[in-house]
Design a protein around this ligand. Structure first.
Ligand code: CA
Length: 219
C-alpha cells in the first residue's frame, strides 16, 4: 500500500513518514503544493495525507483539483485549521477524514487503515485467494491452517498482488507499490522477494506472465 504524504513541516513529516513505514506502508513525502500536484498526476497512490497550509498551492486547491479530475482516492486531511467551518469545508470538498494537529501517530495510522478498508469496499481488512489468507492489520499470512512466515517486503509484494486478484502487475508496478522514493531498490530485488514467496507458498500461487509481470491465482 502506497501513501502520498503532503506536509511542509519537516518534523511532522519525518515523524508521520516513519510511523507509516513502521506500519508497513510505502510512503512518498512531498513538501509543497506544486510537488504534490506532480506526484498526484504521475504517481499511483492508495491514499493521500494532506496538510492544508502548504507553500505554492494550498491543500484545499489540491483537493479540488484531485476531485475535479474524478479521482476517488481516499484523502485524509491533517491540519492545524481547527474551526468547525474548516473541517466542514474540507469534508465537503471531498476529503474522507479530517484530523486536527497535533494528532496521535497511532490514531493517524488506524484512521489510514480504516479509510483503506472502507475504500476497498469491505469492513473486513482480510484478503483471501484460494487457501491463502492475508491480514494487513496483524501482518499475518495463513495458507490453509499453516502460518507462513514472510519478511516485511515479501508481505508487501504479496499484499499488492492480492489486492488485485487475477490482474498482472509488472515488476515496475510492484516496485512502486512496495517502495517509497527514499528507499534504494536493487535491480533484481522484486525478483528476489518473488522467488522467496514462491519458495514459501509453492510455485503455483504466483504466476509469472512472461514479459508482462506477475499475478496471484487460486492454486
Ligand atoms: Ca503546513
Amino acid at each position: 500500500m502506497k501513501i502520498l504524504l503532503i506536509e511542509d513541516d519537516a518534523m511532522i513529516g519525518r515523524a508521520v513518514r516513519q510511523g507509516l513505514v513502521l506500519a508497513g506502508f510505502a510512503v512518498d513525502w512531498v513538501t509543497d503544493g506544486r510537488e504534490a500536484e506532480l506526484s498526484l498526476a504521475h504517481g499511483v497512490y492508495d491514499l493521500a495525507i494532506l496538510d492544508l497550509g502548504l507553500p505554492k498551492v494550498d491543500g484545499m486547491a489540491l483537493l479540488a483539483t484531485l476531485r475535479g479530475s474524478g479521482s476517488s482516492m481516499p484523502v485524509l486531511i491533517a491540519s492545524a485549521r481547527d474551526t468547525v467551518r474548516d473541517r466542514i469545508a474540507g469534508l465537503e470538498a471531498g476529503a474522507d477524514d479530517y484530523v486536527l494537529k497535533p494528532f496521535d501517530l497511532d490514531e493517524l495510522v488506524a484512521r489510514v487503515r480504516a479509510l483503506l478498508r472502507r475504500h476497498a469496499g469491505s469492513g473486513s481488512p482480510v484478503l483471501k485467494m484460494g487457501a491463502l489468507v492475508l491480514d494487513p492489520v496483524h501482518k499475518s499470512v495463513m495458507q490453509g491452517d499453516t502460518p507462513v512466515d514472510l519478511s516485511a517486503k515479501e508481505f508487501a509484494v504479496l499484499e499488492a498482488l492480492m489486492q488485485r486478484p487475477g490482474a498482472v502487475l509488472s515488476r515496475a508496478k510492484l516496485e512502486e507499490s512496495v517502495y517509497g522514493w527514499h528507499q534504494e531498490v536493487g535491480s533484481n530485488t522484486i525478483e528476489v522477494h518473488l522467488h522467496n514467496l514462491r519458495r514459501k507458498l509453492g510455485s503455483g500461487v504466483i504466476k509469472n506472465v512472461r514479459g508482462v509481470g506477475y499475478r496471484v491465482t487460486e492454486d
